[in-house]
Design a protein around this ligand. Structure first.
Ligand code: GDP
Ligand code: MG
Length: 458
């Protein structure tokens, strides 16, 4: 995500590292490059101008602190400005209303509205323990209603049926009643894609808005459209009072222009970003975390949060206890870690969030592919319990048996044993402090304990 911008800004800021002081000249030179980087990222021009002006002003007045290099000082200023531009803090959904609280989705065709209805259902179930009903008012494409029905089933949301023969406003009225009857906390209403210049279609969604009286009206927009995303959001907002934005397909957007432009151009907060096609690929939008991701510092916070959400807490605690008792980390534990990693969306998803990963070329990242995880699990499944506890006994004939049993080669088994040994070494180190201390430090910031036992699977 936003890789190009990260690379460009990274280069600009490292150029400053060698310099002893921030001078008018090196600030000017650096800001010229930051400007170029932002324009290449397709950030809207007024936003770029304001950004550069603000950073220049702050940098000029800034004393470089003794412990910081000029580069670091400027990174801090640029970081703070990025956060500022994107809206300071996460703005959560405001669902305080007589249930069902209605969320109305709006946007162009193909922007990701229907997918986002499902993602949001999942998110609200997991993060707010809400009971969700969903309904489609997209009567123009017969497949659209079916698409929502399938997705609703995937996320266990209550699907209120509708048909292409109904009027959208009639569907909305009926859905309100049904959601009420089903004791839904939230009713999410999907709509057909429309252009802001299509008067009839804009009238339709205004009527829907009037009928539903939603607490949230979310504009769903494809982040790949760059600064156009901000302009269409603005045009929609002129017709329909938006309460927030869902920026989709951020996973495929190397530039980041939409994320950086929308808030300033529309005055509306980005509330979520879509980061993949799957129903759990939705993240609350935290400007500070995105800023540090853009600057290549990695999004350690998101990572920790995600890990603590998805890691099976109980198993992780068991492992931590075992390690504390001084018992070894064995192949059974290794398998458990691999399974949890697979649950978290695999290695590549995690890697993107680690500090410094922006500089690692994709072909290197892709070496750690998720197929390997499956293979590792298969190989360990072919071992006896004794072998899993005492990997040292795995020699020639056992290796051949295990390879045959798992449909792999002896060299795959060898590779796994080597990886396991490295992991075991790392686990020993973590037991001694280091990593664990670091994780405890971060965990302190999270309710519910954060990182369970430092059991990170890498
Ligand atoms: P709608 O026409 O606005 O309802 O859009 P859909 O929800 O049908 O999505 C259009 C396409 O975009 C589908 O193929 C989705 O899988 C894809 N899509 C939606 N959100 C995301 C996202 O965050 N990332 C990626 N990679 N694809 C997405
Ligand atoms: Mg749709």
């Amino acid at each position: 995500m936003f890789d190009n911008l990260t690379q460009r800004l990274g280069k600009v800021l490292t150029n400053l590292r060698g310099q002893g002081r921030l001078t008018d000249d090196n600030i000017k030179e650096t800001m010229r490059e930051v400007r170029m980087a932002l324009l290449e990222a397709d950030v809207a021009l007024p936003v770029v101008r304001e950004f550069v002006e603000q950073v220049k002003q702050k940098a000029t007045g800034e004393e470089v602190m003794k412990s910081l290099t000029p580069g670091q000082t400027l990174i801090k200023i640029v970081n703070d400005e990025l956060v500022q531009v994107m809206g300071e803090a996460n703005e959560a959904l405001d669902l305080s209303a007589q249930p069902p609280a209605v969320i109305l989705m709006a946007g162009l065709q193909g922007s990701g509205k229907t997918t986002s209805v499902a993602k949001l259902s999942r998110w609200l179930q997991q993060n707010g323990k809400k009971k969700i009903s969903v309904v489609s008012c997209d009567v123009y494409r017969p497949a659209a209603i079916d698409q929502l029905q399938t997705l609703a089933k995937d996320v266990n949301a209550d699907f209120i049926s509708s048909s292409g023969d109904e009027k959208p406003v009639a569907i909305a009225t009926r859905a309100l009643k049904e959601a009420n009857k089903h004791f839904a906390d939230v009713l999410i209403v999907d709509t057909a894609g429309r252009l802001h210049i299509d008067g009839a279609m804009m009238d339709e969604i205004k009527q829907l808005h009037q009928t539903l009286n939603p607490v949230e009206t979310l504009f769903v927009v494809d982040s790949m459209t760059g600064q156009d995303a901000a302009n269409t959001a603005k045009a929609f907002n002129d017709a329909l009072p938006l309460t927030g934005i869902i920026l989709t397909k951020a996973d495929g957007d190397a530039r980041g222009g939409a994320a950086l432009s929308i808030r300033q151009i529309t005055g509306k907060p980005i509330k979520f970003i879509g980061v993949g096609e799957k129903v759990d690929a939705l993240e609350a939008f935290h400007p500070d975390r995105i800023a540090s991701r853009i600057l290549g510092m990695g999004d350690v916070l998101s990572l920790v949060e995600e890990v603590s959400r998805k890691v099976d807490q109980e198993k992780a605690a068991k492992l931590a206890k075992k390690l504390q008792k001084g018992k070894g980390f064995d192949l059974e534990d290794f398998k458990e870690q691999m399974l949890q990693m697979a649950n978290m969306g695999g290695m590549s998803g995690l890697l993107d969030k680690l500090p410094g990963m922006g500089e690692i070329p994709d072909h290197v990242k892709n070496q750690v592919n998720d197929k390997q995880i499956g293979q590792i699990i298969a190989i360990i499944n072919s071992m006896t319990p004794h072998e899993r506890s005492f990997p040292a006994v795995i020699k020639g004939s056992r290796k051949r048996r295990i390879a045959t049993g798992s449909g792999t080669q002896v060299q795959d088994v060898n590779k796994l044993l080597k990886q396991f040994m490295q992991m075991q070494k790392m686990m020993k180190k973590m037991k001694g402090g280091g990593m664990k201390k670091m994780m405890r430090g971060m965990a302190g910031r999270f309710p519910g304990g954060g990182m369970p036992g430092g059991g990170l699977p890498f």
